[in-house]
Write a protein that binds this ligand. Structure first.
Ligand code: PLP
Length: 401
């Protein structure tokens, strides 16, 4: 395969070689069921224990507080449903406008079923205002769910303070830390966070494995019911290879946190500053807020994100755009819309997300290849002469209102 310049680590990340190696025995000789009474299956319990300790260490939690799930989405769903079952008398939840669909779609569904949902707004840099949270909390609030860091912009939210406010009103607090885990130091001991979701494939474990942190003593009702696995908190025979892989990935991530915040952050800054100085009419979405060290979301005025991505893809460069061409109409992402990114910019948003596997040579490759892409697209853009962006859909076909 030709060289891949992979700058899409918030979408998914490569499985670390050490993680793949850790998983190997479970495809072969170690196939037992950890719940079995016999030595062969029961012997596998120790690998679950080890993984649980490693994940707990990454989060500053204790092993009993870690529940393995099938993905970040399952952890998020579990947290939301659990809070409502734990407080059947309460009919209100609070979240933000910029959550991942794994939280937002559940919130929307609950709303359709008669629950009251408050969606906290964000300002122009993508940050929430804790005053809004304070104002929204009532004795009827079962749960506050606020992501630790946003997947599109990398903006970091004040979750520890938000958790204290939620607790003061008797509400549970959940955070979707799928993008934060492994990138930011997290120490849950001493916080009021009740539940935290993480996902393996964002931190160099495989896709299809996740974890939910559940604070000791927090009210909880399981999502998956059945066997007694995970102390009755998540039924289903444990995915031993993936859990072992997640454990190893958590151990590696804990050891790499400093590198994320020095090496990876330096590469991100080099890329961001390089693009800003090489291309006119750009803006960094969330640039004014505190952000994940690996993420930059840059808007290029008068161009379509999809066109940029396709041209980059031809050069082996992988990134994401802040919009999706669905059913023939291009809307900027809900995150950029919530930040009120101007229309002429919002359509041309590209997210680069790095990892410890990226190099300065790769960044320099992008800095060479990228500016001509924008130049070319602007030269053929029907908008660059100042015409408004309306009247054309995402896919370049004119559309009628
Ligand atoms: N939450 C956030 C913030 C994410 O970025 C993602 C993945 O894109 C998820 C949840 C869902 O995780 P998973 O793909 O493991 O279900």
């Amino acid at each position: 395969m030709e060289k891949v310049y992979y700058f899409d680590n918030n979408a998914t990340s490569r499985v670390a070689p050490e993680v793949a190696k850790e998983m190997e025995p479970f495809w072969g000789e170690l196939y037992g069921n950890p719940s079995s009474m016999h030595f062969f299956g029961g012997g596998n319990q120790k690998y679950l224990d080890l993984a649980r300790e490693r994940v707990a260490r990454l989060l500053g939690a204790s092993p009993e507080e870690i529940i393995f799930t099938s993905c970040g989405t399952e952890s998020d769903s579990t947290a939301l449903w659990s809070a409502l079952r734990a407080f059947p008398e309460k009919k209100h939840i609070i979240t933000t406008k910029v959550e991942h669909p794994a939280v937002l779609s559940v919130a929307k569904y609950l709303e359709s079923q008669g629950l009251r949902v408050t969606y906290l707004p964000v300002d122009a840099v993508g940050q929430i205002d804790l005053g809004d949270l304070k104002a929204a909390l009532t004795a009827d609030t079962a749960l506050v769910s606020i992501m630790w860091a946003n997947n599109e912009t990398g903006v970091i939210f004040p979750v520890e303070e938000a958790a204290r406010l939620a607790h003061a009103k008797g509400a549970l607090f959940h955070t979707d830390a799928v993008q934060a885990a492994g990138k930011l130091p997290i120490n849950l001991a001493g916080t009021k966070i009740d539940m935290l979701s993480l996902s393996g494939h964002k931190l160099h474990a495989p896709k299809g494995i996740g974890a939910l942190y559940l604070r000791k003593g927090a009210r909880f009702a399981p999502f998956m019911m059945g066997g007694h696995q995970e102390r009755g908190r998540r039924a289903g025979t444990e995915n031993v290879p993936y859990i072992a892989g997640l454990g190893k990935a958590a151990e590696l991530a804990a050891a790499n946190i400093e590198k994320e915040n020095t090496y990876v952050k330096d590469l991100r800054d080099r890329l961001e500053n390089g693009l800003l100085s090489a291309v006119k009419n750009t803006r960094v979405n969330g640039g004014g807020a505190s952000r994940l060290p690996n993420t930059t979301n840059i808007s290029f005025e008068y161009v379509e994100g999809e066109s940029i991505l396709l041209m980059l893809s031809e050069k082996g460069i992988c990134a994401s755009s802040g919009s999706a061409c669905t059913s023939g109409s291009l809307e900027p992402s809900h995150v950029l819309m919530s930040m009120a990114v101007p229309q002429t910019y919002a359509h041309g948003s590209i997210r680069f997300s790095l990892s410890v596997y990226n190099t300065a040579q790769e960044v320099d490759h992008i800095l060479r290849e990228f500016p001509p892409v924008i130049e070319k697209l602007r030269a053929i853009s029907p908008f660059a002469d100042g015409k408004p962006l309306f009247g054309m859909d995402s896919c370049g076909t004119p559309h009628h209102h």
